[in-house]
Design a protein around this ligand. Sequence first.
Ligand code: PLP
Length: 637
Amino acid sequence: MTTVPSTPTSDGLAGLSGLGGAPAGLPDVTLLAQLAGEFFAALPSGSHDARLPFGAPPQPPQTELALANRAPAIAPAPARPAAAPDEAVDAATGTGRAANPVYGVPEAYAAALPRVESPEPPRGPSAPSSPYYFLGEASAYPSAASTASPAPSALPSHKDASPDVPEDRVTARSFGLPGDADLRALLAGLGDGRREPQAPPSPSAPAFYFLAPSHEEAAPAIGQSPRPAFDVQAVRRDFPILQERVNGRPLIWFDNAATTQKPQAVIDRLAYFYQHENSNIHRAAHELAARATDAYAGARNKVARFLGAAQTEEIIFVRGTTEGINLIAKTWGAQNVGEGDEIIVSHLEHHANIVPWQQLAAAKGAKIKVIPVDDSGQVRLDEYRKLLTSRTKLVSITQVSNALGTVVPVKEIVAEAHRFGAVAVVDGAQSVSHMRVNVQDIDADFFVFSGHKIFGPTGIGVVYGKRDILEAMPPWQGGGNMIADVTFEKTVYHGAPTRFEAGTGNIADAVGLGAALDYVERIGLENIARYEHDLLVYATRGLLTVPGLKLIGTAQDKASVLSFVLEGYRPEEVGKALNEEGIAVRSGHHCAQPILRRFGQEATVRPSLAFYNTCEEVDTLVAVLKRLAGNTGRNAR
Ligand code: PLP
């Protein structure tokens, strides 16, 4: 099977075109509405309104009616029109909600249905008119070169923020910030990760850039051009799980390096797939097969565009980063690495970027070489250059360290590898959700990431490979889908990418990943990176005020991760204490034992940030840590 081109008429929207009026064969709509109302009122899930603040009492279910695409099936209408996916867009841009409150029903048909009235909010420039906002697969790949996110100037100004946003709410703003210089100043000379306790950042007097609207005028004008607002509260409303309470407290999810939470848009897209498109992907077989095939192909297009790949065929779906690196080791590696050859990795690597190469080296008699890091946790390019030889066949490097947060200069590393004729693999598991990645700009031969680390489902990931390299690689697994012809004598394989996707793939989750990338793109990677950087600076400042806390990893270029140890406590004790306060962090070795041991640790506590985290959450973390640090009566060990 070769890659199937998508067409706008066949991506699942096609089924809607016949629904201009009440479809023949449907029961009376008033009766349907009444029955549906009674039915869903009885469902417990109808009682939760994700727009409500923490701890708000459950609300009575609303009796909105949702009809499925084409089939007259009735689906529970979420109390939140957010199910209506436009809201994801709206949160990102601060504009209104979906125009059609009857989720799942085409406009003309919906007009005949009972409606729950709500004021018509203003629509942003990017808000799609269809409630099926997540069905953009067919047009997802306008050009190979196009990797641009929505231009920041297209975003509304702070004053245009959603009418849902209370006027007095503290809104994170990112303009006029010290930026990199600030993190560098904070971490410079902090070789041992410690600093004398300082005055804590005060939530009541927002530190430098997190300003309530009324403080706007007082913003330090460090940058001349104001940046667009980042409405973190609006973003948070897109993530239903952030309304959870843990141990009686609002959940604070600081375990984003392990996995990220999912926006409603992704949850809805998965449900939509199973409600309207589910089939194996054999386009010609029947209507649902065509829908599923198009949705899957659309997801591949989205990934290609997201990564800046030159061609859709360069995108292989796998289970995740781990499987992706194994694929490369067992195909390209098995074919190209021989006895006496050398593979270079860095000291920072996750086990997923060590073990497959060790296995390959053991099988082939090859050698692993390791780029050392300096005391801040940054790779030493000078030492790297010394490791490269004519025997170097492959360099595999992480773009962001999951254990320390170090942002690695992968472009330089790839360029050096190429000078020696080596192939370069970039592990993007921790980078794609925090910064704009363009594989052509990096010039990586392979780039790998996991969907679940970028707000998509688990069990889906991506290997990007340059087309000419992929076409020369043998398959690694054999079976259906990846073959052009099979006899008992021999098999002829398809080209890339299907040659590497034997068997039935994870179709629904690939589609869900596409929705996650759409979501991230709507917010804009640049906006995300800026906001997260500011939050990282804020959190770093806060942690450095905790007596006895030592940061592990103080590189000047960091993203998301704040690894630390706290004097008198084992990391798991800190993790437990934080969990009691509803704060989720990882404590342990983070599947990166070599780099922790490089810093004399077997484990650390690792809060890791995403763009839905807030200063207030950081303040809570710092307060709990200070309480622990001040718990002098305790004998920790
Ligand atoms: N590489 C890095 C840098 C990671 O952080 C992780 C997961 O934490 C992986 C690889 C493995 O990813 P997965 O478990 O999704 O395959």
